[in-house]
Design a protein around this ligand. Sequence first.
Ligand SMILES: [Zn+2]
Length: 362
Amino acid sequence: MSAGRRLATALAAAAVIVSPTLVVAGPAGAVPSTPSVEGRTPDSGVSTRDVQPLAPPAPLVRSTPDSARAVAAKAARRPLFAFWGRKYNRLDGFGFTTAVRGSGTGIQLQAAWKTYRGVKPILPKKVFVQARVDGGKWTRVSGARGKIGRTLVTARIPAHVVPAGVVAQNVDYRLKTKKITKGPRKARRSVASDRVTVRFENQAMYTGEQARFYAPIANLCPNASVTIDTTGITEDHTGVFDWQYGITIDAATLATLTREPEVSKLGISIHECAHAKQFYNWGGTNQDWSTLVARSAEVFVADNNPDPNVATVPMAPEWSPLEHAADCAKELISPERYRTYGGYCNAAEYAAAGLLWQNQRY
Ligand SMILES: [Zn+2]
């Protein structure tokens, strides 16, 4: 009897796992920066900034009952199926609930669910996705459906395209259940999750530095966003690909590097675009990333040019298979090597890197 009333929380121990292999290799402060290599690495390592692991939610504890009847009445009104709050939502598998994306990008939305009704919950037949643009009216997103898993409802949301002439749109997404038709009458309800918010930027409207750094990747990463900022860009790097904010370029620092040729500066965008391809070609979510990391290590290796007459650029301390892949991909488009993590791109690596540009996995 009491067991039936006991709460069964669906979210037992959900925590976002951030792949530890993505942390920039080596202690940041330990590497002495010598003038000869300063500013020469293309970017910061793919960033885990703002990706906070989620603590599992505390189990719902019923407050001390005034009377058995009051408790029963309250319990009867509880929904059969409900969502945890916003901080347990996930965007592309990460713990953040806001993001910047380029027009033409889709996202994955996840919301943690719970039930108040025993161990075998009554589930809604369907979970829809709703969106609202710039705070407008919630409308159903066609072609998107939530799939109820053990702890999370997951929905893959089709690409959002910002209309021509509009600079950017803020789109909120949430999950909404079809009304349950079974169980106690008062508890039959349609419930909505809390939202996640994505700022979609219209690349065609980019001006100034954004247009400058988007231009070299317009055909390679047409759906990418380019943010001009210094946030998340560490040490002497000038660019980053970040899961929350996409490609970010430190244009202010680049402006001070007057001796660096423009082709090298623009190469940073191409290198970051290659990271974006790594992310999206492997599924575009945190869950898919570990496969890419393992695969990169198999293909991209620390080797030297076998030709004794050609010196190999020494490998930077931050060299990694993921970075080498982005370097080789960039060299296929723009072969100068002013900025590089060093090493040598062999034929197999170039072939694999080339697959990135064809939206394929290596
Ligand atoms: Zn990189």
